[in-house]
Each structure stands twice: as structure tokens, then as C-alpha cells.
Design a protein. Structure first.
Length: 742
């Protein structure tokens, strides 16, 4: 069995595209080979800045001959049907066979396809892969029509076995496949031939090219750590930057330099971000001082002076970059110490969303909501409101204008310089979190209050203007905001009624979005929802209005309240959907979550998750599985009987009508279990509640085994159906078991 080696050699491939390109090349080629009838033992893809390579081992040398029988129309079918069948098979009528079928004679086509050599198949598959390669961006060059990420220079396409290596006859846009490649652009630019993958990888290494990106990453990580250790420093981990830098060099040569003393007073995040974004430097921290004091740059060449010239040039550029950062920092500090009033005024001219107003409008909404949330999370309302008012101010700073990824981080520094309390400053930094599934969840009360207010304002705002996520499209990251709310609530055990809380931001937004000019005059008198009550008009506010205007206004208010409640319920359903996704990753099935969502209090996410977790645990046991079947059986029998009889069996089960020991045992078990389950549910001890319902498993099983429900004796039938109702209601104390599958 031969091995296949492919190399596509080009100008520099952007680092961010290389990992995906490796996988795409492997998939396009191997899938194409398999479809054409070839098999292989293993395949591996590699990339450097100037090449994509694929090695396929154990490829079959020849595709098998195939024989296919295809059934056609009846022999007496219209000629048009026969002609269509002949076109689809590529045969003539005299090559068809007439065979007996249960509906008469039909035509059969026997299609034989001879096998083909691997070289022929590889050439076809590789051409298709190159022409249809899914680069995010590509270009044409010269007079050809071929598109590639950068100009393609040469192609290796070799089949090799014990007898030697053979170049696959293949050409695309004037580039013929061969067995020649080149090494490092500067240190070994000459061409050389290869005879297979092992020879290829070994000669590339001698030509100063590390083919495997993971090897380059490991080499950079190790040498950078060694350089830092020699100075008593440590490298700040950054896997994303490591992957990117490994995609920029074919022969990594890490070099270490020191940051000038005049820049060491800059915040470490500023130093790290500036070096990473502008120059792809790794930051080196002094563990004794906690400061970023050095950097590691990765050159792509070995030099006689061991990189001194390269390092000096990089340090000059770094000094210029950090001078800019220092200028921004000094100017921003002056504004922060002056109270940040200019920044606050500037937010009025920054549009958040055309229908939702400016960033200043949004800040006002978040501050009001943070104040209401504060008591629910144990935060001081004044601090929460103050933190919300300053949390977005760093968006107007010069530093965040240069490095947007530092928003929040710089806000904390500026808040401290403005004399704010540490809890308020921390909230300015943390209120964006959590940004993703791996991001930490804030736990400080003020930070939690502002973070929740920020995300809830985003969700309610876009819900109010009907800009919800659709399918895979979520341009405003509302799914991420919903997951952030869920993680903040669950991670901090926040007990709150989301249905009530969501009305608050909807009230603030509705005044701007839903009251037209006729009612703008009464808006100052609109007091909003008090709890879940109705909106009210302040006394004396309507003296200048006629009775018809007053009534029209009241009707308008009623419509607003109804719309707000509809929006709140719809948004809560969206949060429930995201909660299902979140809990599914923790091993809790969606149907179990549906079963507890059907219960009262489903807008308290902590309560809901506690129910779901306890129920999930008990259903993993044998008793739980059997109990579920018993509860569902009771529910199904009841539903059928109630539908047939047109009544609801929910009251009147009397043990004096019990005829069997199993009935009496079930009555006794329910009498004992029901109060215990109710008390456990009242105390929110759902583990005890589910254990209590699990004790009913044996008497329910015995009851169904021994007792006929639909007996001819109507008194017994009604009594037994009402007993089933007690079983159903006992389950409903915990969840709607009818929604659980199985």
C-alpha cells in the first residue's frame, strides 16, 4: 500500500487561517479518496507560514471494480420513461435486462465500473480540493483564474512504497506537481527533492523549517520560559498569542528584552495589551514586584549576533508604542482625577442603538435597575447605583479608544483615581463578566448587581424593539447576555423573581418607545409599575384633560401594562431555553427541566435548578425509573378516564372502599408521604422531597399489579381513579412528570 504526500507551497498564509486550513485540506482530500473507493490507514495535516502539507499512510493502490443493479420502468412503460432511465444509467436499450416482477416485467440495468489506479484518483481529488478550498479570503494573481489565499508556487504530490516514489501526473493553472520544495526563506532558500513524508520532514528540518505547528509552539514555550527563568521572571500565559506566533515563523528563535524603567508605572494590562496587539510580544512578569518588566519576541531567523540587532530594533519600536500608551494614560488620569464629568457628557453623543438611545440613556437605565437589584444580592444600593453610573465612562478614555479590549479594566483604575470606593471600582471592571463559558463569574455584591443590571438592560432593550435572535443569527450577542444572567444568578445563589424584576427595565424603556405624542404630556405623571401592580397617575396631573382624554390615557396605560407582561413572559421563556442548554452540559436532560419549569416559581432560577438537580438524581436510580413509569401510568389512565367521562377525578378517594391489601397499603403510603413531601417542598429541600416520592415506588407497583382500575363496579372505579389522582398530585408537588420522557 503506497503512502501519499501532498505539499501546497505558497506565499505567507495568515496565521489565523492555518489551523482551519490544515483540517480543510485533510477533510477535502481524504473524503474525496474514500468516495472514489480508496481506503487509508491514517492521515495527518501540517502547516507553516508558507506551506500546507498532508501525509496519508496505507492508501490502497487501486479502487475496486463495482457492480450495481438498478431497477427501471416496466417494459410496457411509455418511451419517455425508458429514455430517462437510459440517460441516468448511461446504457443503451440492448444492454438492459427484462426481469419478472410482481407487477409484470421491468427493465434492470447492470452497471459495472472498473477500478482505477490511485494516482488517477488522487489527481482528480487534489484538483477539486485546490479549486474549491474554503479560504475565508482568497486572491487571483497573474492571468489565471485560480484563487488561493496567497500566490501558489509549487505542488508536491507523491505516491511512495517499497519500490520507490512516483510523482502523480497533475497540473493546475500551469503549476505541475513534482517532488521539489524549498526550505527557510532566508537560511535555506534552495530547492531540494523528497521521496516521501519521512524524507520530507527530515530535509525540512535541516533546511530550518519545523513542519509541525505544535512542535513550534512547544519550542517557543520552553525557550521563552528558560529565558525568563534566567532573569528571575515568568512568562504570562497566553495560548492564543502562542498559537498565532507559531503561525508566523518556520524556525522560531525567542529573544528576551527588558522594558525601560520609564514605562514600568503603566498598568500591567496596558503593557501586556500594547505588546501583544502591536508587536506579538509575550509579557514577562517579575513575581517579586508583580510588574510586567520584560518581553519575549520570536524571530524567524538565526543571526551571527544572536539576535542583538533584531532585539534592539524591536525595543526601539516598543519604546515608541509605549510612549503613546503613557501619553494616553497621563491624559486619562487627569480626567479621572477631575471627576470624569467630560466623559459622562461625552456618552450623550454616543449612540447605543438608534431606538434605545445613547450610552448615557443606557447608563441611566442600568443605574436605576442596579439600585433595585442591590438588596437582592446583598449590595449597598447607593454603591450599586454609583458603580453603574461610572462603569461605562472609560469608553470615552483615550486608552480604551486605542485598546477596546481594556474596557472595564481601565474603568477600575480611573474609578480609584477618582476616589471611588474599591467595591465601586471593582464593579466597573467586573460588570462585563462573564463574557463566555470559561470566564469567571463576579461574586462581590456590588459587581453582581451592576453586571446583572447591564445584561438585563441589554436583553429587555432589544426585546422591546423586537430584535431577538433568529436561528444562528445573534448580532447583539443576546444569547451570551442570557447565559451571563443565568451564571450570575446561579453562581451567587441569587433568589429573585425574574418575572417581576424584568418589568422594571421594560417600564423604563416603554415610556420612550410606546407612548406617542398625545400621551407624552402625562408621562411625567406615569409612576410605573409598583411590584406587579397597575400604573397610576399622580394626583392632580390630569386637571387639564377632558374625561375622554383621561379614559383614552387609562386605556393606553392598560395596553402598555399588558404589553410589558407579554414581553417579560417571552423573555423569561428565552432565559429558560438558554438554561436548558447550560444544564444539558451538566448532565441534566431537557425534559427534566421542562418538568420543573411547569411548576410555580419557575422565574426563580435557583429554585428551578435545585428542583431539576434533585429530580435528575432520583431518576438515575432504579427506584426513580420505576416510579416514573408508575406516575406516568397513573396520569395516562386518569387522562383517558377523564376524557371519556367528562369529569375530573381529583377528590374523594376513601380507604373504606378499598378491597385489596395493595389498595390499603397505597392509601397508607400516600397518607405518610404527602405531608412529608409538602413540608420538604416548603423548606425547599428537594432532595428530601424526591426521596419521599421515591418511597411510593413499591406500593404503586404493587397496586397496579393487583388491582383492576376500570372495574364494572362504578363505586370502586371512581374510588380507584380518585386514588390515582392522589398519586398524580403527589408527583405534582415536585414536578410535572407527564413532561418527562420514558
Amino acid at each position: 500500500m503506497p503512502d501519499l504526500l501532498i505539499e501546497l507551497f505558497s506565499e505567507e498564509i495568515p496565521a489565523r487561517m492555518q489551523a482551519r486550513a490544515r483540517e480543510d485540506l485533510k477533510k477535502l482530500v481524504t473524503d474525496g479518496l474514500v468516495v472514489a473507493g480508496l481506503t487509508y490507514a491514517s492521515a495527518g495535516a501540517f502547516s507553516t507560514p508558507r506551506r500546507l502539507a498532508l501525509a496519508v499512510e496505507g492508501l490502497t493502490a487501486h479502487s475496486p471494480t463495482t457492480r450495481e443493479e438498478r431497477k427501471g420502468p416496466r417494459t410496457d412503460a411509455p418511451d419517455a420513461a425508458l429514455q430517462g432511465f437510459l440517460r441516468s444509467t448511461g446504457l443503451s436499450k440492448d444492454q438492459l435486462e427484462a426481469r419478472d416482477d410482481k407487477k409484470g416485467q421491468v427493465w434492470f440495468a447492470v452497471i459495472q465500473k472498473p477500478g482505477r489506479p490511485a494516482s488517477e484518483i488522487v489527481a482528480e481529488v487534489l484538483e477539486a480540493a485546490i479549486r474549491n478550498f474554503p479560504w475565508p479570503k482568497s486572491m487571483r494573481w497573474g492571468a489565471g483564474s485560480l484563487r488561493w489565499v496567497r500566490p501558489l508556487h509549487s505542488i508536491i504530490c507523491l505516491l511512495s512504497d517499497e519500490s520507490g516514489a512516483t510523482v502523480v501526473p497533475f497540473q493546475i493553472e500551469g503549476i505541475a506537481a513534482g517532488n521539489t520544495t524549498r526550505g527557510h526563506r532566508f537560511m535555506a532558500p534552495g530547492a531540494f527533492t523528497v521521496s516521501g513524508f519521512d524524507d520530507y520532514a527530515a530535509k525540512l528540518r535541516r533546511a530550518k523549517v519545523m513542519l509541525d505547528s505544535h512542535e513550534r509552539e512547544a519550542a517557543i514555550r520552553q525557550e521563552a520560559a528558560n529565558l525568563a527563568f534566567a532573569r528571575g521572571w515568568e512568562i504570562v500565559p497566553d495560548e492564543g498569542l502562542l498559537s498565532e506566533v507559531a503561525g508566523l515563523v518556520e524556525w522560531p528563535v525567542p529573544l528576551m528584552g527588558a522594558i525601560e524603567d520609564r514605562f514600568l508605572s503603566l498598568p500591567p494590562e496596558v503593557l501586556q495589551t500594547s505588546m501583544k496587539e502591536h508587536q506579538k510580544f509575550f509579557s514577562a512578569r517579575n513575581p517579586k514586584t508583580g510588574r510586567i518588566e520584560g518581553f519575549v519576541t520570536v524571530a524567524n531567523i538565526e543571526t551571527p549576533d544572536h539576535g542583538d540587532t533584531i532585539l534592539k530594533g524591536n525595543q526601539r519600536v516598543l519604546a515608541a508604542r509605549l510612549s503613546d500608551a503613557a501619553f494616553f494614560w497621563d491624559n486619562d488620569l487627569r480626567e479621572a482625577r477631575a471627576g470624569m464629568a467630560t466623559w459622562a457628557e461625552g456618552l450623550k453623543s454616543v449612540t447605543f442603538q438608534s431606538k434605545l438611545g445613547s450610552q448615557a440613556d443606557r447608563v441611566a437605565r442600568i443605574a436605576a435597575l442596579a439600585r433595585e437589584i442591590a438588596p437582592l444580592v446583598g449590595a449597598d444600593p447607593d454603591q450599586a447605583e454609583d458603580a453603574a453610573k461610572i462603569a461605562k465612562l472609560d469608553l470615552r478614555s483615550a486608552m480604551v479608544g486605542e485598546f477596546p479590549e481594556l474596557q472595564g479594566t481601565m474603568g477600575r483604575y480611573y474609578a480609584l483615581e477618582a476616589g471611588k470606593d474599591a467595591a465601586v471600582a471593582d464593579a466597573a471592571r467586573d460588570h462585563y463578566s462573564p463574557l463566555g463559558p470559561s470566564d469567571a463569574v463576579p461574586t462581590a455584591p456590588v459587581s453582581v448587581a451592576v453586571a446583572l443590571a447591564d445584561k438585563l438592560d441589554t436583553l429587555t432593550g432589544f426585546w422591546a424593539i423586537d430584535e431577538k435572535p433568529t436561528g444562528s443569527k445573534d448580532p447583539f450577542a443576546l444569547r451570551r447576555a442570557a447565559l451571563g444572567v443565568i451564571r450570575l444568578v446561579l453562581g451567587n445563589g441569587v433568589r429573585m423573581s425574574l418575572s417581576t424584576l424584568l418589568l422594571r427595565p421594560f417600564v423604563h424603556i416603554s415610556g420612550k418607545l410606546r407612548m406617542d405624542e398625545k400621551f407624552a404630556a402625562v408621562e411625567p405623571a406615569y409612576e410605573g409599575l409598583k411590584g406587579v401592580g397597575q400604573p397610576k397617575l399622580a394626583a392632580g396631573a390630569l386637571e387639564s384633560f377632558t374625561s375622554d382624554v383621561i379614559e383614552e390615557t387609562r386605556q393606553k396605560e392598560k395596553q402598555i401594562v399588558e404589553e410589558l407582561r407579554r414581553l417579560s413572559a417571552d423573555l423569561l421563556a428565552f432565559l429558560h431555553d438558554r438554561l436548558k442548554v447550560y444544564l444539558r452540559d451538566q448532565g441534566i436532560r431537557h425534559d427534566i427541566i421542562d418538568a420543573v419549569i411547569a411548576m410555580p416559581g419557575n422565574d426563580d432560577l435557583v429554585l428551578l435548578v435545585n428542583r431539576a438537580t434533585a429530580l435528575n438524581d432520583v431518576l438515575k436510580t432504579e427506584d426513580g425509573t420505576n416510579l416514573l413509569q408508575g406516575l406516568k401510568r397513573a396520569g395516562n389512565i386518569l387522562a383517558q378516564a377523564e376524557d371519556k367521562d367528562g369529569v375530573e377525578y381529583s377528590f374523594g378517594a376513601d380507604p373504606k372502599f378499598a378491597e385489596t391489601d395493595q389498595e390499603r397499603a397505597l392509601f397508607a403510603a400516600l397518607d405518610k408521604a404527602e405531608p412529608a413531601i409538602r413540608e420538604a417542598v416548603r423548606l425547599e429541600d428537594f432532595q428530601a422531597a424526591t426521596q419521599g416520592i421515591a418511597t411510593l415506588r413499591a406500593p404503586i407497583d404493587a397496586f397496579f399489579e393487583a388491582v383492576q382500575i376500570n372495574t364494572d363496579n362504578q363505586v370502586l372505579r371512581r374510588n380507584r381513579l380518585n386514588l390515582l389522582s392522589r398519586i398524580r398530585e403527589a408527583g405534582r408537588l415536585i414536578a410535572d412528570f407527564g413532561k418527562i420522557e420514558g
